[in-house]
Design a protein around this ligand. Structure first.
Ligand code: NAD
Length: 459
C-alpha cells in the first residue's frame, strides 16, 4: 500500500499547480469517467449481487442510473456552474463590478458507507471533481466487491495525483482522518460522524456529515390504506430496509392501526411472496453482525408479522412490530433493516412526544389528505427532508438539496447543490477608478448627518 501522506502531498502539489482549475480538463475527466462507468455496468451489478444479493433492478434504479445522471448533469452544466457570477453592486461598493467566483477547496477526503456503496461513493466524488478538487475516496470495507470495482474505475480514469480510491476499514479511515484536508465529506452513522467531526475540528476543516437516524412515517385516518401500504412497503423494503431515508417506524391514528397492519401484510406477500427468502428481489442484511443486531432489536417485542431470521444467510424476513415501548432498544436506535414498528396516536401531542424524544430525523413522511394536518406537521418538526404521501422520492430530484439536520447531519448536496458544497464562494469586487468620493475618508467632521441620511434611505 502506498503511503497516505505521499499520496496527499502529491495531490496537494497537483492542486497548487492549478491543473484542476481548468474546466476543459475537468470535463475530459468527467467524460472519461462516464465512459468507464458505462463499460462497467455489469461489473457494478454483479458486485452488488455478490455483496448482499441486491437485485439488478434495484441496483440500476437506486445506484447506477443516479450516478450516470449526476455525471450527465455535471458535464452539461459545468461551464455555467463554474463561471464567475455578476452580482448587483451596492451603494457602498459603487463604482464597482461585483462577482461571486467559485473556487475548489483543494484536497478533499470522501468517506462512503456500504448501504448504497456505488451511489454514495460516486456521487460526492463526481461533484468534488466537477468543482475542481483532488479526491481521496475511501469506499466501505463491508461491500468489498463493489469497492474493488470503484477502485478499478477510478484507477483507469484518474492520475493518482488527482483522484484515488483507497480501500480499507477503520484503521485506514483513522489514518486518513489524521491528515490535514481542505474538505471532508462523510456519509455514515451518527456515531462515526462524531469521530469525523472531531478529527476535522483539529484543523478547522469544513465537513459535510450525511448521517442516519430514526425517520418517522405519520399516517392519519383520511388516507387510502391500500395505496399507503403499496408505497410504504416499497420504501421500507427497498435495499432490505438498509436505506438512510427509509421509514424507521410508523405513527398511525389508533382507529386504523389494525386495518393498516392487515393491508401491510397482504402487500408484503403480494410483492415478495409467502417466502421472501425465495424472492430474487429481496436483498440480504449486509453481514452477520448486523443480522444479529436486528435479532436483538426484535427479541422482546410483539411481532405480528415475520420475525424469521437465518443468520447463516444474513436473512431477516419483513417484520412488523406492534406498539414497542418508547424506551425500548428498537425505538432508541436506527433500525436499518426490514423491521417496521407501528406506534399509535390520538392527538398531535402524542406525535410530538414520540418525535421530540429522539434526535432530528433525516426524513419525515406524512400520509394524509388533510392539508392542515400536513402543513402543521412539516412546519412543526425539524428534519432533513420529506415527502407527503410517499417515501424516499425527494432523493430523486437533483434540484432539491439533500442532507440532514442535528443528529442526522449537516450540509447538503445533490446536483448543483453538490457542486456548491465542494466550492468556496469567493466574493470579488472590481473597483472602478473613474470616481473616488472623499466622503469615507477622514476627517469625518461634518459628515455624520449625511451618513445617517444615506443609511436611512438606502441602507
Ligand atoms: P459507518 O459509520 O459504520 O461507516 C461509514 C464509513 O466510516 C465506512 O467507510 C467505514 O469504514 C468508516 N468508519 C467506520 N468506523 C469508523 C471509525 N471508528 N473511524 C473512522 N471511520 C470509520 O456507517 P455504515 O454502516 O457504513 O452505513 C450505515 C449508516 O450510514 C446508517 O446510519 C445510515 O443511516 C447512514 N447513511 C446515511 C446516508 C445519508 O445520506 N445521510 C446515506 C447512507 C447511509
Amino acid at each position: 500500500m502506498k503511503n497516505i501522506l505521499d499520496i496527499l502531498n502529491n495531490q496537494r502539489d497537483c492542486f497548487n499547480s492549478q491543473k484542476t482549475k481548468d474546466i476543459n480538463y475537468r470535463l475530459t475527466l468527467l467524460n472519461a469517467l462516464r465512459a468507464e462507468i458505462l463499460d462497467n455496468e455489469q461489473s457494478v451489478i454483479q458486485a452488488l449481487k455478490k455483496d448482499f444479493k441486491k437485485s439488478e433492478f434495484e441496483t440500476y434504479l437506486s445506484e447506477f442510473a443516479l450516478v450516470i445522471s449526476s455525471l450527465n448533469l455535471a458535464i452539461k452544466n459545468l461551464k455555467k456552474w463554474a463561471k464567475p457570477k455578476r452580482i448587483k453592486s451596492s451603494l457602498l461598493t459603487f463604482p464597482s463590478k461585483d462577482y461571486i467566483y467559485t473556487e475548489p477547496y483543494g484536497n478533499v477526503l470522501v468517506i462512503a458507507p456500504w448501504n448504497y456503496p456505488f451511489l454514495l461513493a460516486m456521487e460526492p466524488f463526481i461533484m468534488a471533481i466537477s468543482a475542481g478538487n483532488t479526491v481521496v475516496l475511501k469506499p466501505s470495507e463491508l461491500t468489498q466487491n463493489t469497492s474493488k470495482v470503484i477502485t478499478k474505475i477510478i484507477q483507469n480514469v484518474f492520475p493518482e495525483n488527482i483522484a484515488i480510491s483507497i480501500e480499507g476499514g477503520v484503521e485506514i479511515s483513522t489514518e486518513l482522518l489524521a491528515q490535514k484536508w481542505d474538505y471532508i465529506f462523510f456519509t455514515g452513522s451518527t456515531k462515526v460522524g462524531k469521530i469525523v467531526a472531531k478529527a476535522a475540528a483539529k484543523n478547522l476543516t469544513p465537513v459535510v456529515l450525511e448521517l442516519g437516524g430514526k425517520s418517522p412515517c405519520i399516517i392519519d385516518d383520511s388516507v387510502n390504506l391500500k395505496l399507503v401500504a403499496r408505497r410504504l412497503v416499497w420504501g421500507k423494503l427497498l435495499n432490505g430496509g438498509q436505506t438512510c431515508i427509509s421509514a424507521d417506524y410508523v405513527i398511525v391514528k389508533s382507529n386504523i392501526k389494525q386495518d393498516l397492519i392487515n393491508v401491510l401484510k397482504n402487500e408484503i406477500i403480494r410483492r415478495y411472496g409467502e417466502i421472501p427468502k425465495e424472492s430474487s428481489d429481496y436483498p440480504r442484511i449486509i453481514n452477520e453482525t448486523n443480522t444479529k443486531r436486528l435479532e436483538t432489536l426484535i427479541k422482546n417485542e410483539n411481532i405480528v408479522f415475520g420475525g424469521e431470521i437465518h443468520k447463516d444467510d444474513c436473512y431477516v424476513s419483513p417484520t412488523i412490530i406492534d406498539e414497542p415501548n418508547l424506551d425500548s432498544k428498537i425505538m432508541q436506535e436506527e433500525i436499518f433493516g426490514p423491521i417496521l414498528p407501528i406506534l399509535t396516536y390520538e392527538t398531535d401531542t402524542d406525535i410530538e412526544k414520540i418525535i421530540w424524544n429522539l434526535d432530528h430525523p433525516l426524513s419525515l413522511y406524512v400520509f394524509s389528505n388533510n392539508k392542515k394536518f400536513v402543513e402543521n406537521t412539516i412546519k412543526k418538526f425539524s428534519f432533513g427532508g420529506g415527502v407527503i404521501n410517499d417515501l424516499l422520492i425527494h432523493f430523486g430530484n437533483h434540484r432539491l438539496p439533500f442532507g440532514g439536520i442535528g443528529g442526522s447531519g449537516m450540509g447538503k448536496y445533490h446536483g448543483k447543490h453538490g457542486f456548491d458544497t465542494f466550492s468556496n464562494a469567493k466574493p470579488i469586487i472590481k473597483r472602478g477608478n473613474w470616481y473616488d468620493p472623499s466622503f469615507r475618508y477622514p476627517p469625518y467632521k461634518g459628515k455624520m448627518s449625511l451618513l445617517k441620511k444615506v443609511f436611512k434611505y438606502f441602507g
